[in-house]
Design a protein around this ligand. Sequence first.
Ligand SMILES: [Zn+2]
Length: 104
Amino acid sequence: MDRRNVVTVGVRRTGWAALDRDPQQDTVEFICPHCGARDKKNARRERALYHFTDGFLQDLQGEVTQCHSCKQSLRVVPIVMLHDQDETRRFEAVFSDEQLVTSN
Ligand SMILES: [Zn+2]
């Protein structure tokens, strides 16, 4: 298995979708495809690089990172930007397998 090609979808919450955490944080949340751990990284890419695709603002290039649990590298792509609860619900409907966004 070529681990450099392992990808997982990421979520970058902002505005109303991020009320439950420090607004100064700008992170991409993802689930490690190697070990299943819930992890996050600091968002590095400019928001201007996100483009509307399938109804969401997405970064289709993504970012490469390393899981904090298993230390394996992975690529977070696409990264979907969510601005409010409405988009969060739509994201959950479209990416229902990912279970990235907690509903509580
Ligand atoms: Zn991992």
